[in-house]
Design a protein around this ligand. Structure first.
Ligand code: AMP
Ligand code: ZN
Length: 482
């Protein structure tokens, strides 16, 4: 809507906030690493998808057409992000006594259900690794031609020593990486260097019985985990493309390897802006599937929590800060969200009953909109954006007559295109909590025979579109209809 303000995004590549300048005139290419579908996503993973969704919505709000691509990892992701262990999906299939395809299908639909409940927009292109095998093989062949790949009896590897800018994203010292990968040497004695990573695994040795396999120039086998993102991003977005995102854990291995593959194959930059979301913590430790300390969205729902309360909680912290999850903070988020819904419902009620003409509406809502945009365009500062929203609500509540409810509501709906809190879906006909509180206060004042103050509150309630009917049985609140 508004492109007058510049959008600033923090680029992990340069470790600076930069003005966002898209590569193409009318569209932005956005690639986000998708889930490995061997288990439910935990709310840590979902925090990252929420951050990516806010990014996508912000770009759309600013008027860009966003071409959003996400992969689904259904093969090749081993139990360690490096090349050790078993394939995560195959391991789960054996444990659950199901086929790998059943596992992938089940957890893909669980993921889609999770993102639906969190108002996370689905990527326009959402494609599994197994549907892009040809592209991955072609890319590996290209890496052979540029001298960056080599073959052993067990696998095909990327030759890291030949790629000079390997650590440009992580800024790690290369010898730190050697130590990190040392254990792998034992696995393949022909591997030239422990920091080399697999592009293709052959169906031999420990992978002799691997369920998923495809023919390739290097024999039957399956792709390594990193190659799918290089192949898919290039196929759908070209190279370079605008923005690539993921969690911070991907900086030093997965994204580093993606850059090596894509830039090694095509000899030009892969991505202009790299963006990474920080971790959700549980008891101050990273929430993780492999560590076993994780909570799913279903667990929250079973406890009666609205999934969007989790979204609200995530928006309350900047995406580049760690966020420690607690049940107390989630319940506070749920309260805030309900207060927000109550407010929207109150204003919608006024409009429904044509009561908004009582309001003069001379207070400008241009400034809150500008402040919101300034916050969100400043590297997606969602905590600040939420505070702009609450300031407006507080201001409105102090003196409702100054505002035009129709305009305030429209503004909230517009801003919710970025926040995604489902404000347009608020439909409850119930009396908002704030009005009930006012009514209680009025009752108390009446009991103390403070008639004047009680009447003042009655007028306040009336202004908000509700009326109180007093009778010997007690007072009743109803929506005002004239
Ligand atoms: P995975 O399904 O393991 O590939 O992870 C999906 C996404 O969640 C990736 O972008 C990860 O970087 C991210 N992620 C993993 N753990 C966490 C966490 N504790 N908090 C936030 N994001 C995470
Ligand atoms: Zn990826």
């Amino acid at each position: 809507m508004s492109r007058f303000l510049k959008i600033y995004l923090y680029n992990t590549l340069t470790r600076r906030k930069e003005v966002f300048r898209p590569l193409h005139k009318n569209w932005v290419g956005l690639y986000t690493c998708g889930p490995t579908v061997y288990n439910y996503a935990h709310i840590g993973n979902l925090r990252t998808y929420i951050f990516e969704d806010v990014l996508r919505r912000t770009l759309a709000y600013a008027g860009y057409k966003v071409k959003h691509v996400m992969n689904i990892t259904d093969v090749g992701h081993l139990t360690s992000d490096a090349d050790e262990g078993e394939d995560k999906l195959e391991k789960e299939a054996q444990q659950e006594k199901k086929s790998v395809w059943d596992i992938a299908e089940f957890y893909t639909s669980a993921f889609l259900n999770d993102i639906l409940r969190l108002n996370i927009k689905r990527a326009g292109v959402l494609t599994p690794a197994t549907k892009n095998i040809k592209q991955q093989i072609a890319l590996i062949e290209k890496l052979f031609r540029t001298g960056l790949a080599y073959e052993t009896t067990q696998a095909v590897y990327f030759n890291v020593s030949e790629f000079k800018t390997y650590t440009k994203l992580s800024r790690q010292r290369i010898d730190e990486k050697i130590t990190a990968a040392r254990a792998e040497v034992i696995q393949d004695p022909e591997k030239r260097n422990p920091r080399d990573f697999a592009l293709w695994f052959k169906r031999t040795g420990k992978f002799k019985n691997h369920a998923l396999h495809w023919p390739s120039p290097w024999g039957d086998g399956f792709p390594g985990w990193h190659i799918e993102c290089s192949a898919i991003s290039t196929a759908y977005l070209g190279q370079p493309f605008d923005i690539h995102t993921g969690g911070v854990d991907h900086i030093s291995v997965h994204h580093t390897n993606e850059i090596a593959q894509s830039e090694g194959a095509f000899g030009k930059p892969m991505v202009k802006y790299w963006m990474h979301g920080e971790f959700l913590l549980l008891d101050q430790a990273r929430m993780g599937k492999s560590v076993g300390n994780f909570i799913t969205l279903d667990t929250l729902v079973k406890k009666g929590i609205n999934p969007l309360a989790f979204r609200y909680l995530a928006l309350g912290a900047h995406y580049r800060s760690k966020l420690n999850f607690t049940w107390e903070s989630l319940s506070a988020a749920q309260n805030s969200l309900e207060r927000l819904y109550d407010f929207v419902e109150r204003l919608s009620g006024l409009l429904r009953r044509n009561l908004d003409s009582d309001y003069r509406g001379f207070a400008s809502i241009v400034k809150p909109r500008k402040n919101f945009e300034k916050a969100i365009y400043d590297d997606l500062d969602t905590p600040k954006a939420l505070s702009v929203l609450w300031n407006l609500i507080r201001d409105y509540n102090k003196k409702p007559v100054r505002y035009q409810p129709r305009e305030v509501l429209k503004l909230l709906f517009d801003l919710d295109q970025v926040l995604g809190l489902g404000l347009k879906d608020v439909k409850s006909e119930k009396i908002p909590a704030e009005i009930l509180q006012l009514a209680e206060k009025r009752e108390a004042l009446r009991k103390e025979k403070k008639w004047q103050e009680a009447d003042h509150i009655r007028k306040k309630i009336l202004n908000a579109g509700y009326e109180i009917k007093d009778s010997p049985q007690g007072s009743q609140i109803k929506e005002r209809h004239n």
